[in-house]
Structures are given as structure tokens and as C-alpha cells.
Design a protein around this ligand. Structure first.
Ligand code: ADP
Ligand code: MG
Length: 573
């Protein structure tokens, strides 16, 4: 239970404000997160980490000399937007390039990749190493599909130490990838976390049972067993991780760092009971334990659970793992003297509204009305969309769509007041949706609105053919952005039939309202039909079979939105 909050909607922002106020020795705030408040004598490569909030000390607690240069702070359990990543990376950049590193989750990958493209376009050399340590999330043959959990700390620490040593971007990228290659984790959970303001936990584990491999956002596990003794849990952790020793490691001479991580409500003494057995079992296996860590490194609010991470060292990784660092949550040794950076003004971007024709401004009024109606509808449907997403995903689809659409409607209202045309209004609304909605769906809806706006422009009147063409552009944009195709069990399965039906109706000469009505009906049927598919993409992928019988949440919300827009179009006539 998370008991202390003001407005639950503001929880992540309120918590970030408190974190900054308490941590000025290490960090200063910038749009989208924090960067270091100090600088060394020489400039270095910048390591920028991040993800959703709710995992402290990941990510902001790991910013400081010898570790990360900046952390992007998304909303609760939601990826930060590309705009936020871009802003933090730009502020953290010291002229020697940027390494982006984060846990491998679909929403984070979309946003960080988009930010990487923007950084490169701005002339900043930028590379990415995603963390994929969780052995339960995909088989070893598909390591690149595994998600990141407490192994985050290892990869960030090694990359940060290499940067601190003065290595160039190639070097920092290489050791970060090596650290990830040699880091494996497994987690268990006894009970779910309850987000601020929520009445119920995000997920539950039956009394007396333990979910094995359950994700840090409550993504379903791979197994469920009776809760073992502390020794029994240590045995499960160690035997599972020893079954997957990285290539080239010889157990007889191996040196390994164990990291026993509490996920929220399993406390230190309890962890030490488990650690006693872990230490014994590793020694029995013949490996040498180096500098173990027991504590909280990647949490999930008050989730009752723990994970064990093993980092298989070589000489280089050992040097980098043991190097000095000084951050709010992780410190080691003494770092060299630092210079305090003068408070730089926050990077905030002014929203400029270019001139628009009367016709386009008239269309913008309808669009803003539709966005407002969408936000109201998604408010009402948030709970149900969350429930569908919880079956095989992480349960945040309702909350993400609610937050994103609300922000988009507010941005649209602001654009309208400034006299924006269709393009500018949709671009502003799309950026707001991606910033505030987070998650995969936030990135995609942001992309869709921006693409629709680009097609409509700020000058041309918006009639049926323009709407048909714009929806087609929207569909193309999502497909090239998210790389999903029909049958992957994503919102694409509703968007494609919708766009195709609309184009077909319009080219057969139908008016906009009946054409849209027919297309919306098609979208709804297609969304329901996704219940028969197995997920191949996104968070639901690693637990594909669990989603059989339940429709894809993104497809369902898309179909609902087409109906809301239909009501607005009907009202226009
Ligand atoms: P997250 O997956 O980050 O938790 P949400 O729960 O808000 O984000 O959204 C999940 C939805 O996103 C899925 O139901 C699916 O429709 C959609 N989605 C996921 N990956 C893709 C993709 N690559 N292309 C299009 N849509 C996707
Ligand atoms: Mg989700």
C-alpha cells in the first residue's frame, strides 16, 4: 500500500521534487529528469539512464560522479517520452557523446530510440545498450528480448566508471555491452504493489504462493510454487542462475558479484537470511564471491519480492565495478574533487503557433472537441482497459491512455486559444500525449496525432478526402514507428482494417459520417477478434499464451476512440 500522497496524479512529479530537494549535492533538475550538479576536471562521455518512476533508486538515485550523468524520469511505471530523453541527454552532454542505457521494455525502446535519432540529427554521437538480465523473460536463444531488472545497476555502474576513466564512446559502449552480456538475474514475488491512489494491488499472488519470474511491473511470471524457506529460495536463485553461466566462464576460476535486491517490502534482515545461503551455495559451486551487494537497487513500490543478480567478472569488469562512485543511493570509495556546476536554466521549449487559414482553424475546433471527448471517454474506460492489459501485460494501459488523452486535450485547448490550425494543434497535442501518457501506447498515439496533423496542414480545408488521406498517413506512421504488422496482436490489428474500410467507403463515394461509421464498426470487430491471437510484440509477448481469449488493450482503446470521434462528427452535421 502506498499511503502518503497528495493528488495521486501528481505523485511522480511530487516525488521527483522531493528527491531533487534532498539530493542537490549530486543532481539538478532539467526538463524530463535530472543531471549531475557537479562536473569533473575533464569532460567525459555522458551515461544517460532512465525509465518509469516507481523503481527507486533506479534511476535518478544513481546519478553522480562515477555512475550516471543524467536520469530521465517517466511517470509511474511508464516510459519517459522521446522529448524528455532528448532534453536530459542534451543537458548531460559534455561534448564527448552519449550512451543511453535502460531496461529493455517496448515503450522505453520506442522513446529512447526516437530520442537517439533526434540527438544524432543534432550532431551528438549517441549509442544505446539496453539491459536484458532477466532470465525468466525469454529463453537464452532470444536474449535480446529479455527485460532488464536489477542488472541495470551493473551495466550503469560499469559504463559510468569507464566514462569516468576517460574512455571514449566506443569504449564505454563496449564495456556496457560486455557487462550486460555477463549479468543474469531471476526474481520472485509474494504480492503485488499498490500504486498511489489505487484501491487494489496492481496484481496479486495467492496466499502462501510465490510467483517465479514475475516482472517489476507485475508482468506475469513463468511459474508459481509454494513459498519456500529462505534457504529454499537461495537454492532456487543460485541453481537457476548457475544453469546459465555465460560463455567463456569457468566455474573453477570464476569471480562473481552477487546482488540480492529487495523489491519493496522484503526488508534487509530478511534479505540477509537469504544471502547467508546464497554465499554458501556459491562457495560450494567453487566460485569466488567479490564485493556482494544486499539491499534495494531496483524496486517496484511496495511489491513483496526479491531478485538475485550475478555479474560474472573479468579483470576489466572487476576494475570498473570496484571503481569509486558517489550518488544519492550508491557510493563506493572516494571520488576525485568535483566542481559545482552553476545552476543552468531549465531547458524549456516555447510553443510557437504559426499562422493558419480560417478553414484549418475551423477544423482545429472539431479536432479539439474530439480530443476532449476522447479524454472523457478514456477516463470512464480506464479501469476496464487496465484490467485487459493486466491479463498478459502490466495493467497500465488504462492509466496511460487516460493521462495521455487528458494532456492532449489540454494542449489542444491551449493551441486553439492561440489560433492554431489543424497541423499545429495536432502536433502540440501529440507531443503532450507522448510526454504524459508514457508507455508504448503513449509513443504511438503521439506519433499518430503528429502524422495526422502533418497530412492535414495548417492551410487546406479539411473535408472527407483529407480525413481519409490523413488516417492513411497515421496508419503508415504507426507501422513504420512500431514495426508491428497485422496479426501481431497490437492496435495495428484495429488500425489497418479501420483505415482500409474508411478509404474504401470514401472512394465508393460515401459521405464522411457514414464512411466513418462503417469503418468504426469494422475496427470494433477487428479489436474483438484479437482475442483469438497470441501476442508476438510488446510486454505481453513473453507470456503470449496468457493473452489468448482476451483482446489486445491497444486495439480495444483504438476502436473505442473511433466511436467517440464518430459521435463528434455526427454532431457537426
Ligand atoms: P506498455 O506496453 O508500454 O505497457 P500500454 O499498456 O499503454 O503500453 O499499451 C499497450 C498496447 O500498445 C498494446 O495493447 C498494443 O496495442 C500496443 N503496442 C505495443 N507494441 C506495439 C507496436 N510495436 N506497434 C503498435 N502497437 C503496439
Ligand atoms: Mg501496458
Amino acid at each position: 500500500m502506498t499511503r502518503l500522497f497528495n493528488d495521486p496524479d501528481d505523485f511522480a512529479a511530487d516525488s521527483a521534487a522531493g528527491f531533487v530537494a534532498a539530493s542537490r549535492r549530486w543532481v539538478r533538475p532539467v526538463t524530463g529528469g535530472v543531471v549531475r550538479s557537479t562536473r569533473g576536471a575533464e569532460s567525459t562521455v555522458s551515461v544517460v539512464i532512465g525509465g518509469g518512476s516507481g523503481h527507486y533508486p533506479a534511476f535518478a538515485g544513481l546519478v553522480g560522479p562515477g555512475l550516471a550523468h543524467g536520469a530521465v524520469m517517466g511517470n509511474l511505471f511508464a516510459s519517459p517520452s522521446a522529448h524528455q530523453v532528448h532534453s536530459v541527454a542534451t543537458a548531460a552532454h559534455e561534448g564527448r557523446g552519449v550512451l543511453l542505457s535502460y531496461g529493455n521494455y517496448a515503450g522505453d525502446v520506442l522513446h529512447f530510440t526516437q530520442a537517439q535519432e533526434r540527438l544524432r540529427a543534432a550532431g551528438i554521437d549517441c549509442r544505446t545498450v539496453t539491459v536484458t538480465d532477466d532470465i525468466s523473460s525469454a529463453p537464452i536463444t532470444e536474449r535480446d528480448k529479455r527485460r532488464g531488472i536489477a542488472g541495470d545497476l551493473v551495466v550503469f555502474k560499469v559504463a559510468g566508471a569507464a566514462a569516468e576513466e576517460g574512455q571514449d564512446l566506443d569504449g564505454v559502449e563496449r564495456v556496457a555491452a560486455l557487462a550486460n552480456e555477463r549479468t543474469r538475474s531471476l526474481g520472485v514475488a509474494f504480492g503485488g504493489c499498490t500504486l498511489p491512489g489505487a484501491d487494489e494491488p496492481l496484481f496479486t499472488v495467492p496466499e502462501g504462493r510465490m510467483a517465479v519470474g514475475l516482472g517489476i511491473h507485475g508482468e506475469p511470471g513463468i511459474d508459481e510454487v509454494d513459498i519456500p524457506t529462505a534457504d529454499g529460495l537461495a537454492e532456487l536463485f543460485v541453481s537457476s542462475l548457475l544453469a546459465e553461466v555465460p560463455d567463456g566462464v569457468d566455474l573453477a576460476t570464476a569471480r562473481v558479484v552477487p546482488i540480492l535486491n529487495g523489491l519493496g517490502s522484503v526488508k534487509y534482515e530478511e534479505l540477509y537470511v537469504v544471502y547467508a545461503a546464497i554465499d554458501r551455495l556459491l562457495a560450494q559451486a567453487g566460485v569466488t564471491v567479490v564485493s556482494p551487494e544486499v539491499g534495494e537497487f531496483c524496486t517496484s513500490f511496495d511489491m513483496a519480492g526479491a531478485s538475485l543478480t550475478l555479474l560474472w567478472l573479468d579483470d576489466e569488469l572487476e576494475r570498473l565495478w570496484l571503481a569509486a562512485c558517489d550518488t544519492p543511493a550508491f557510493r563506493r570509495g572516494a571520488v576525485a574533487d568535483r566542481v559545482v556546476v552553476d545552476e543552468i536554466e531549465e531547458l524549456t521549449e516555447e510553443f510557437v503557433i504559426p499562422p493558419a487559414s480560417d478553414a484549418s482553424r475551423a477544423a482545429a475546433v472539431t479536432i479539439a472537441t474530439a480530443l476532449e471527448a476522447m479524454a472523457a471517454m478514456l477516463d470512464a474506460e480506464a479501469e476496464e482497459l487496465g484490467r485487459i492489459d493486466r491479463v498478459a501485460g502490466d495493467g497500465d494501459h488504462g492509466i496511460g491512455m487516460q493521462r495521455g488523452s487528458r494532456a492532449a486535450a489540454a494542449a489542444a485547448a491551449e493551441g486553439l486559444a492561440g489560433g492554431a490550425g489543424a497541423r499545429t494543434l495536432l502536433q502540440h497535442a501529440g507531443d503532450a500525449w507522448a510526454d504524459k501518457g508514457g508507455g508504448t501506447s503513449g509513443a504511438i498515439w503521439g506519433e499518430m496525432l503528429v502524422a495526422l496533423g502533418a497530412s492535414l496542414g495548417d492551410e487546406a480545408p479539411v473535408g472527407a478526402p483529407e480525413v481519409g488521406a490523413g488516417v492513411g498517413r497515421m496508419k503508415d506512421a504507426v507501422m513504420s514507428f512500431g514495426k508491428a504488422t497485422v496479426g501481431d496482436k497490437t492496435m495495428i490489428d484495429a488500425i489497418v482494417p479501420f483505415a482500409d474500410a474508411l478509404a474504401q467507403q470514401l472512394s465508393a463515394g460515401a459521405d464522411l459520417v457514414p464512411a466513418w461509421e462503417e469503418a468504426a464498426r469494422t475496427a470494433q470487430e477487428a479489436a474483438q477478434a484479437t482475442a483469438h491471437l497470441t501476442a508476438r510484440l510488446g510486454r505481453a509477448r513473453s507470456h503470449g499464451d496468457k493473452s489468448l481469449g482476451t483482446p489486445d488493450p491497444g486495439a480495444v482503446s483504438f476502436a473505442l476512440i473511433t466511436h467517440t470521434v464518430l459521435d463528434i462528427l455526427k454532431g457537426e452535421n
